[in-house]
Design a binder for this molecule. Structure first.
Ligand code: EPU
Length: 423
């Protein structure tokens, strides 16, 4: 297994470009199932999770490839109507977001057989709300042998009121509703920019969606959709992670393509911690102060502070002056980076879903282990600041969601490299 080897202490300076958003690319690739023909997506990040989604689509019989050579950010998904509407356990267990094919499959092909995702490292993560939404549109749903089997000759518009705000649940039901007969009203929807982006793509395909990005989405079903060409929006979580990298290293970095409106809550917290954040030249600049100040953080659904930035901000709080209280309200087990941050000398106590972080003057490098995607980013951020050498193992977690993060950080001046596993 590859690992990241780094020496802390360098201030980061310069410019870095954010890649396309993982959590927009995944539903958008799945949405190609809704139309016959070839859809072309640009700015698709080269990530393990994207490769898994392409594999899920190929397993069903779609053409789904990343173009090679000069156009590495381009993926084409071709659908010709003859597909096997099934997502097998082997793939879904490696990536829960594979469940995003459920809505498009049942809407377009009248049936779907998709493995239940099961729990994951950060929480139980049920999909009951996805199923509730599809049932409200008339799908007949059974759970057998670990699979969700959904059938509907023709979905019909209806009212879906989500009991829990769910990102992929909103996306799954939205992708089903676009081909349902009549009007669907979706209430208590997630409002993430990735949902607006999915709706933008679906509308380009011929769907009639209004209200995406607010908690009520209205969909007028249409009879068919056409393939699409689209460039995926920049990844706000990668952008936020790079802003924290600038902050924790005491540097000054322009994060290009970062969209300020997508990062309000993160920018507010970095400002409160003493950083100067400015929107400029198609990106966001973060200039760190000499001493960072502790801030409290509570994760909530968008537009609140994102759970996907909690681990990274916690790394920053480890070296800030004062005490920070960090409450995680989205997932029940998203503090697995804490024991690893302890190994670097952090002072953190967990009480239920709250972590109390007392800032320390120094972190010291050590071997640590990534436990999930954002945890791996948090350990790398801490390693930027720790004295001496930090080795982060299990970086396959990192590769699920960050495109060559170590190269981007090295270009900004960090002493960091990937050590490839021996074959
Ligand atoms: N939930 C339910 N029932 C459901 C669906 C969700 O109880 O049917 C609960 C979950 O257990 C959780 C909460 O609702 O406690 C929110 O989960 P949500 O469904 O919104 O999460 P998700 O759609 O599975 C997406 C992102 C995650 C991100 C969360 C929260 C994708 C592919 N994944 O997951 O991204 O943390 O929203 O913002 O969009 C990551 O990129 O590192 C990542 C984990």
């Amino acid at each position: 297994m590859d690992k990241i080897v780094m020496k802390g202490g360098a201030e980061l300076h310069g410019e870095v470009v954010v890649s396309g958003a993982k959590n927009a690319a995944l539903p958008i690739l799945a949405s190609a199932l809704l139309a016959d023909g070839t859809s072309t997506f640009r700015n698709v990040p080269d990530l393990a999770d994207v490769a898994t989604m392409l594999k899920v689509l190929r397993t069903m019989g779609c053409g789904a490839e990343r173009l090679t050579a000069r156009k590495k950010d381009v993926c084409e998904v071709g659908v010709n109507g003859h597909i096997t509407p099934e997502a097998p356990y082997d793939l879904v267990k490696t990536m829960r977001a594979s469940v995003l094919v459920l809505g498009p499959l049942v809407a377009r092909f009248g049936r779907a057989r998709v493995s239940m995702p099961g729990g994951c490292a950060i929480g139980a993560r049920p999909i009951d709300q996805h199923l509730k939404g599809l049932k409200a549109l008339g799908a007949d749903i059974h759970l057998t042998e670990g699979y969700v089997e959904a059938r509907a000759k023709q979905l019909k518009g209806g009212t879906v009121n989500f009991d829990v705000i769910t990102v992929t649940g909103t996306e799954n039901v939205l992708m089903a509703a676009v081909l349902a007969k009549g009007r669907t009203i979706m209430e208590n929807c997630a409002r993430e920019p990735e949902i607006e982006e999915l709706a933008r793509v679906l509308n380009k395909m011929g769907a009639r969606i209004e209200g995406a990005g607010t908690s009520v989405i209205t969909v007028e079903g249409v009879e068919g959709l056409k393939p699409v060409e689209h460039a995926i929006l920049p990844d706000r979580i990668e952008a936020g992670t790079l802003l924290v990298a600038a902050a924790i290293s005491g540097g000054n970095v322009l994060v290009k393509h970062a969209v300020p409106e997508h990062l309000d809550a993160v920018m507010d917290k970095l400002r409160e911690a003493g950083c100067t954040l400015t929107a400029e030249a198609g990106g966001i600049r973060c200039k760190a102060p000499r001493t960072l100040t502790s801030v409290n953080i509570t994760t909530t659904e968008h537009p609140g502070f994102p759970t996907d930035m909690q681990a990274q901000l916690m790394a920053l709080m480890c070296v800030s002056q004062g005490t920070s209280v960090i409450s995680e309200n989205i997932f029940e087990n998203r503090f697995m980076h804490v024991p690893e941050l302890h190994r670097l000398g952090a002072d953190i106590t967990i009480q239920g879903h709250t972590a109390v972080v007392k800032g320390v003057k120094h972190l010291s490098g050590a071997p640590v282990m990534a436990t999930d995607l954002r945890a791996s980013a948090s350990l790398i951020l801490a390693g930027l600041r720790a004295e001496g050498r930090t080795d982060v193992s299990r970086v396959y977690h990192l590769d699920r969601g960050y495109e060559r993060l170590e190269r981007k950080l090295r270009a900004l001046g960090a002493d960091i490299r990937r050590v490839k596993a021996k074959a």
